[in-house]
Design a protein around this ligand. Structure first.
Ligand code: FAD
Length: 303
């Protein structure tokens, strides 16, 4: 689908935030992979986002929402239409007793650290998860027995026509790395219910989890974290290891030798290489242990 460049220019002219045409998505994903987006906009604030959505709605062009790009495989042909990057304009943080009101663009590692400084418990498990709050709410990110849905009080955001909507957890249907929002819903922020805790205890849990990550995960190499969801009562990492796939390569993509559920960009990997490796892993694990793995990473864009 070819999008009229006049429409894109009109949208950019009306935006207050930063706009970039033909922006390589490899600059916005932790995989360092992804073809160009026709137009990438970083809205400056909520009214700017609302105007942008209204303009997109009127011109009927597609859009997708980007947080920190740490759970995304963007295909090599890039993304048609508008990519709305929810980061710098949405980084407010307010505290009222044990409730934190946080913008969708707030980085999870900073939030985890900030909560600990305020002696608020409930997010220690999130240490080292490199996403934005918005992305964590969509993925229902979690680790070490905790997940976002444990602390969400409400989520607010905008519908594709720019209407503001507030959702309660019961309306989001959270599950394991799963959530359901209305189609095209852009999360602008959330209220999180934390618990009063002891700073030393919170920090010690964070250190323990971070140490575990550093020992087990290839953190210095570009990846999108775990590629597959864990099947019930088992770990995808273990199964991929059993299938003998550690170190397996397809082009520039490689199954990490440190953590078999991570695919790393070993240098110049294309999205097509990652897709090929995903297929190989699915096929071989199925053959070897009879379990069908489901990707956790979201694939977007055009091949
Ligand atoms: C080294 C490493 C370790 C990781 N460890 C973990 C882990 O332990 N546990 C875990 O759960 N994940 C982990 N991840 C994956 C990832 O960090 C999380 O899924 C994170 O929550 C994704 O947030 P993001 O902002 O990067 O989202 P993105 O990758 O940018 O987007 C993910 C999805 O959310 C949507 N989205 C993002 N922001 C918004 C918004 N404001 N409104 C509406 N939709 C939005 C996107 O359209 C997309 O569908 C890891 C990743 C890496 C690279």
């Amino acid at each position: 689908m070819k999008i009229s460049s006049d429409i894109l220019k009109q949208l950019a002219a009306k935006a207050k935030g930063q706009c970039r045409f033909s922006e390589p998505m490899s600059r916005h994903t932790s995989f360092r992979i992804g073809g160009p987006a026709d137009l990438l906009v970083i809205p400056a604030d909520e009214p700017d986002l609302q105007n942008l959505l209204a303009g997109i709605h009127k011109s009927r062009i597609p859009y997708m929402i980007l947080g920190n790009g740490t759970n995304l495989l963007v295909l090599d042909g890039g993304i048609r239409g508008v990519v709305i990057k929810m980061t710098s304009g949405f980084r407010q943080l307010d505290r009222k007793e044990n409730t934190l009101k946080v913008g969708a663009g707030y980085a999870l590692p900073r939030l985890v650290e900030g909560a600990a400084e305020m002696s608020l418990a409930g997010l220690e498990w999130g240490v080292g998860i490199p996403g934005s709050l918005g992305g964590a709410l969509v993925m229902n990110a979690g680790a070490y027995g905790g997940q976002m849905s444990d602390i969400v009080k409400k989520v607010w955001g905008y519908t594709p026509s720019g209407d503001r909507l507030t959702l309660r957890p019961g309306q989001i249907n959270f599950g394991y790395r799963h959530s359901e929002y209305p189609d095209g819903f852009v999360i602008a922020g959330a209220e999180l219910e934390m618990q009063a805790g002891k700073k030393t205890r919170i920090k010690s849990a964070m250190e323990q989890w971070m140490g575990k990550r550093q020992r087990n995960q290839p953190l210095s190499l570009p990846s999108a974290g775990c590629i597959f969801k864990n099947p019930a009562n088992d770990s995808a990492r273990r199964l991929i290891g059993v299938a003998g796939l550690k170190g397996k390569k397809a082009g520039g993509a490689k199954v990490s030798s440190k953590h078999a559920n991570f695919i790393i960009n070993d240098g110049g990997a294309k999205a097509a290489d990652v897709l090929k490796l995903i297929d190989i892993i699915k096929e071989r694990t199925h053959k070897s242990v009879g379990i069908e793995l489901t990707p956790e990473v979201k694939t977007v864009g055009e091949p």
